[in-house]
Design a protein around this ligand. Structure first.
Ligand code: PLP
Ligand code: COI
Length: 335
């Protein structure tokens, strides 16, 4: 019996439980029990609490047209979590452990996966943090890896375009910092500016490169993508942006669909010349952006609905994820 709430947004839902592994004495625990309680016991001196030794991932499982459950590119999230872990001096969760944990958590919560007809998905949140005690700021000797899931709908309510405010008084990343990995602290660092933008009426905050404050980096929870006047897909090349798996997949679709791709520095003034702009990521999928506010200007782009080229890309991506079309790239992992 389905236990998916009627109305789905992007909030915590108590499910049948999560899976939890512990790394001690140089190795991961062999197997993980399903834990029903959403609480974890951690040491008061855990490095995650004091020093932010904590990383996470986000990916989605879909109930497909044929009734089977498939996860979008979990190997890519495993690889990215490994990069994040190495940067923060944490043990890597091997890809087979990462995928086994996801499969186990999904199977245990099959009644929380939105139906194909519903259109929602099961959001999978793997987290890895230093749970061992350490008073000086040094790596812990114990780590916890958890995977929990929540049924989700749209990240932004409604399907119409959202507006973005260019953040001028804060950076989400430092030039040689950790912006390119999914460190928990990156999100704490951008909460003040993103909440301030939201209060002013802008759901999205757009950050500039932290060295020159001249080029577009990304939004707080998604990559910046655009279609220029020549119909090219344009996205920033930057060391301080999180390498989005959605963006990489869209670029692969562009190659397949004959849409030229440009990865390069994008000066903020250039947005005025773009035909379509969107935010892309697991949670936001491909959300159109129709207004960007800079210090100097209010730049309007396109209409309230998704632009024509982004629409083609969105439809193709969703069709592969939902099993409406073949998956020529082998992206979908059957559970
Ligand atoms: N950029 C940031 C800062 C994010 O938090 C995310 C979300 O994971 C993305 C980009 C998009 O990445 P992905 O497409 O892998 O979800
Ligand atoms: C995701 O899209 O999976 C993210 O992690 C972004 C955000 C919800 C934190």
């Amino acid at each position: 019996m389905s236990r998916v709430p009627d109305k789905l947004g992007f909030d915590f839902v108590q499910t049948n439980g999560h899976v939890q592994y512990v790394w001690r004495n140089g190795k991961w625990s062999d197997d993980a029990e399903l834990q029903a309680s959403p609480y974890v016991r951690v040491h008061i001196a855990a490095t995650a609490l004091h020093y932010g030794q904590s990383v996470f991932e986000g990916l989605k499982a879909f109930r497909c047209r044929d009734g089977r459950v498939r996860v979008f590119r979990p190997d890519r999230n495993a690889a990215r979590m490994a990069e994040s872990a190495e940067r923060l001096m944490m043990p890597v969760v091997p890809t087979d452990v990462f995928i086994a944990a996801i499969e186990r958590c999904i199977r245990a919560n099959a009644d929380f996966i939105p139906s194909y007809e519903h259109g929602g998905s099961l959001y999978i949140r793997p987290i890895l943090f230093g749970s061992g005690a350490r008073v000086p700021p040094e790596p812990a000797d114990e780590y916890t890896f958890i995977v929990y899931v929540v049924p989700v709908g749209d990240y932004y309510a409604g399907t119409s375009a959202v507006t973005a405010l260019v953040v001028r008084d804060a950076d989400r990343a430092a030039p040689l910092g950790v912006g390119h990995v999914k460190a928990a602290g990156n999100y704490a660092a951008s909460m003040e500016s993103t909440l301030s933008s939201k209060k002013k009426g802008y759901p999205l905050s757009l950050y500039l490169d932290p060295l020159h404050h001249k080029y577009i980096d990304e939004f707080s929870t998604s990559n910046f993508v655009a279609i220029d006047a020549n119909g090219h897909y344009v996205t920033p090349e930057s060391r301080t942006v999180l390498p989005s798996i959605t963006n990489a997949s869209l670029m692969q679709l562009c190659a397949d669909m004959g849409i030229p791709v440009e990865r390069r520095q994008i000066a903020i003034e250039e947005v005025a010349r773009f035909a379509e702009v969107a935010a892309c990521g697991t949670a936001v999928v491909l959300s159109p952006v129709n207004r960007i506010v800079t210090d100097a200007d209010v730049i309007s782009i396109g209409t309230l609905t998704i632009g024509p080229i982004m629409k083609r890309l969105y439809d193709r991506l969703k069709a592969i994820q939902r099993g409406d079309e073949p998956d020529p790239f082998g992206w979908m992992h059957v559970v």
